[in-house]
Design a protein around this ligand. Structure first.
Ligand code: HEM
Length: 351
């Protein structure tokens, strides 16, 4: 039973990895030079007029398609602020050039390199599991249970984890779905599916932020760097040397995840997400196109980084280390686990 479960898990893992690679591959494909559209007037544009960057051909081809009337396309493309009598003064800029740059950054740099980062992390974890396997305890479980997390700690942690997973799934669909889900589902079904994803994403965001704040308040005291942390950091927890490095309630790897992953990246994603949702409280923000473009770039870059780190955290918290899930599942850990992985904490309890 255990064997077949691990087989299924491995197949799932490989399938998900392949989809991710496919996504990065396809987003690369989008960057391949596009062939300019033939001119309807029959006048072919000399190659020199083709923009140097193939990605900017979307606008370029449109302009070439209307060679007799170039001013219509060059004038609005240069960001002029025209007069409008409606309150939305942004409507006076017909085409904002930075929008094209934002599109190139989002569909190029973020999609492609983010895809590679996610795929490398994913396959790195598979490689680690295949080569090193799960980190086992050296001694047998003692049967003596030690309290590690309260019911409130676990409720907040699992709400944070569930909301994160919902956000990560829907967010990745928003960024990569068009490359593999749209061809599979067809445009209409994909459009409806993405609308559902977008709404789940928008409404789950504030819940995720709330859980980050609550988890921060609950655990900040246990994440202050202290005795043993520098040693842990310098030897990476003895992972490569195999040497045992004693740690307190949380080791330095967990503290890094707490401070950089959950707190810094979590709050950066939250703040930019509140801007994108246009729900920033207590501040008068003008949600201009430029503001939204910057918020979008910060949001997606930080979210991809956090998802990469979360993969490592989830791996170590489940199949990567024997007994690690017990504390967050039941609130209790075995004394052998506590002694082997958090010796300074264990010693303090037994003083
Ligand atoms: C479903 C996926 C997840 C699993 C299986 C999981 C598992 C665990 C486990 C077992 C622990 C306790 C480790 C210990 O006893 O030392 C833990 C702690 C923690 N988890 Fe998760 N987790 C998940 C998702 C997340 C997510 C998405 C976040 C952040 C957004 C997160 C943030 C944390 C933090 C900050 C800690 C405490 C570490 C510290 O404060 O230094 N977890 N997790």
């Amino acid at each position: 039973m255990k064997r077949s479960f691990s087989k299924v898990l491995r197949t799932l893992v490989v399938a998900a990895g392949l989809s991710l690679s496919l996504a990065s591959g396809m987003s690369f494909a989008e960057r391949a030079p596009m062939v300019p559209l033939p001119s309807p007037s029959g006048v072919d544009i000399p190659p020199l007029s083709v923009p140097a960057n193939p990605n900017s051909l979307a606008n370029g081809t449109q302009a070439q398609a209307q060679p007799a009337n170039p001013s219509i396309f060059t004038a609005p493309n240069s960001d002029p602020q025209n007069y409008v009598s409606i309150p939305d003064k942004q409507a006076g800029v017909l085409i904002q050039r930075a929008g094209q740059e934002w599109r190139l950054i989002r569909n190029g740099i973020i999609t492609v390199y983010g895809g590679w980062l996610l795929a490398i992390a994913f396959f790195g974890i598979i490689a680690m599991y295949t080569i090193k396997g799960s980190i086992k305890l050296h001694e047998p479980m003692s049967g003596v249970k030690i309290k590690r997390f309260s019911a409130l700690d676990r409720l907040i942690h699992w709400t944070m984890a569930a909301s994160f997973l919902a956000l990560a799934f829907t967010g990745l669909m928003i960024l990569y779905g068009k490359y593999f889900a749209m061809p599979l589902m067809g445009g209409v079904a994909y459009g409806s599916f993405l609308m559902v994803c977008k709404n789940i994403h928008n409404f789950t965001g504030p819940l995720f932020t709330l859980t980050i704040v609550l988890f921060f308040l609950l655990f900040v005291g246990k994440n202050i760097p202290g005795k043993g942390d520098l040693d842990w950091l310098l030897t990476f927890g003895g992972m490569f040397s195999g040497k045992h490095v004693p740690a307190g309630f949380f080791n330095m790897g967990e503290k890094f995840w707490f401070w950089f992953g959950m707190t810094f990246l979590g709050l950066l994603i939250s703040a930019s997400g509140f801007v994108l949702d246009m729900i920033v409280p207590f501040m008068q923000i003008e949600y201009l196109r430029g503001t939204m473009q910057i918020a979008n770039i910060i949001h997606s870059s930080a979210a991809i980084l956090m998802t990469t780190m979360a993969m490592g955290h989830i791996y170590i918290g489940t199949i990567g280390m024997q007994g690690s899930i017990d504390g967050m599942k039941t609130g209790y850990v075995d004394a052998t686990w506590a002694k082997e992985h958090h010796e300074l904490w264990y010693d303090k309890l037994n003083k």
